[in-house]
Design a protein around this ligand. Structure first.
Ligand SMILES: [Zn+2]
Ligand SMILES: [Zn+2]
Length: 180
């Protein structure tokens, strides 16, 4: 298990806990050490250390029938390596964390900001590499069934890992990381 070191004592590490009011991360040496940080701060520390893992797999475009790559991050999956509490979190992928989505739009040509006429809102999604067709509304997040087995049951996502985005020197907005 990976861990985030306590900032107050020498040998403590933060463990996700919940109180009547909220979830937080507290030092494993409690009650000797009472250091706590928020969940958002915990996730920020993980992201600063690890960057964001980007997973890629192939699906068949519903329009042109060609094989196209779809891309997403799965923060919940990577956070589980730090604390089992993150197993309860729903999939956190493309479309869920705006500052990461913005980096993806800049970096990958098949990630686009789409304007929906029905809801009059913009959202981020994968488009087909060949014909530009949208690959479903937040497709990879809501229904990543092509890789669902590996993601949820087998925990074998490594074969889909294709990039890692460093967040060094990038502003990380806490409120976007309030995910549990
Ligand atoms: Zn401590
Ligand atoms: Zn296509």
């Amino acid at each position: 298990m990976k861990f985030i070191k306590c900032k107050q004592c020498n040998d403590g590490k933060y463990v996700i806990r919940s109180s009547e009011y909220s979830n937080f991360a507290g030092c494993s040496n409690y009650p000797k050490c009472k250091s706590t940080i928020t969940i958002a701060e915990y996730i920020k520390k993980v992201l600063e250390k690890e960057g964001v893992n980007i997973y890629k797999w192939k699906k068949q475009c519903p329009k042109c029938k060609e094989g196209t790559n779809v891309i997403s991050y799965f923060l919940n999956y990577d956070l589980e390596k730090y604390d089992n509490a993150f197993e309860m979190v729903k999939n956190i992928g493309i479309g869920d964390v705006p500052f990461i989505d913005r980096i993806l739009i800049e970096k990958y040509k098949n990630i686009k900001l789409i304007r929906s006429k029905t809801i009059n809102e913009e959202y981020v999604a994968n488009v087909c590499e060949h014909c530009g067709c949208l690959q479903g509304h937040n497709y990879v997040v809501d229904d990543p069934h092509e890789i669902y087995e590996e993601l949820i049951h087998e925990k074998k996502m490594e074969k889909y890992l294709f990039d890692n985005i460093s967040l060094e020197g990038i502003f990380i907005p806490y409120k976007e990381l309030n995910i549990i």
